[in-house]
Design a protein around this ligand. Structure first.
Ligand SMILES: [Zn+2]
Length: 177
């Protein structure tokens, strides 16, 4: 049996093929993360994502733009409070024929600038870098998930099932020139 999400995303991307383009950029300093560094890589301290910070440190990146890494469909855009804060999740279609999807997740945002159900292009600004209501120094917690629509989880786990190393994934799938 197909997962529940399959039929929804299959029809979304079938009806809107222009939003299922191939190729991914970095979520900050587009397209190549210029001016930013990853303070906590995937797998470091069982981290399930990257923590993007500006090279100038501290809260200097508070309010900086965060971009969708690829064309896709906003599957979630809401404030979860706690250690997550404002979260945007985008489902990307890697292959319309084989219906292969990945999900990108952007957390601790200061503001959200997209809505659930919106179709967006690579490089669309989805929000700004936040500090999760003062929980942290400003940074972008960023994940790429091989399995879409999983529970939000905790951002850390020794079980990486369903997750990609985001930087490795983006480097492997840069837009065709
Ligand atoms: Zn993080």
């Amino acid at each position: 049996m197909l997962p529940l999400y399959a039929s929804v995303y299959d029809s979304v991307f079938k009806l809107n093929p222009v939003y299922s383009g191939y190729g991914f950029d970095f979520p900050v300093g587009k397209p190549d993360a210029k001016g930013y560094y990853d303070a906590q890589g995937f797998g470091q301290n069982t981290h399930l994502g990257n923590d993007w910070n500006s090279n100038s440190g501290g809260n200097t990146d508070l309010g900086d733009p965060v971009y969708s890494i690829g064309d896709g469909y906003v599957s979630c855009a809401q404030d979860f409070g706690g250690g997550w804060g404002n979260v945007v999740r985008v489902v990307h279609c890697l292959d319309t024929l084989k219906q292969v999807y990945v999900e990108s997740l952007y957390a601790h945002l200061q503001v959200i600038q997209v809505k659930k159900g919106q179709l967006i292009k690579r490089g669309t600004q989805i929000g700004t870098i936040g500090n999760c209501n003062g929980h942290y120094y400003a940074h972008l917690h960023f994940e790429i998930r091989r399995l879409v629509d999983m529970d939000l989880g905790g951002g850390y786990s020794s079980d990486t099932t369903g997750f990609y190393d985001p930087t490795a994934f983006i480097k492997k799938h840069r837009p065709r020139k």
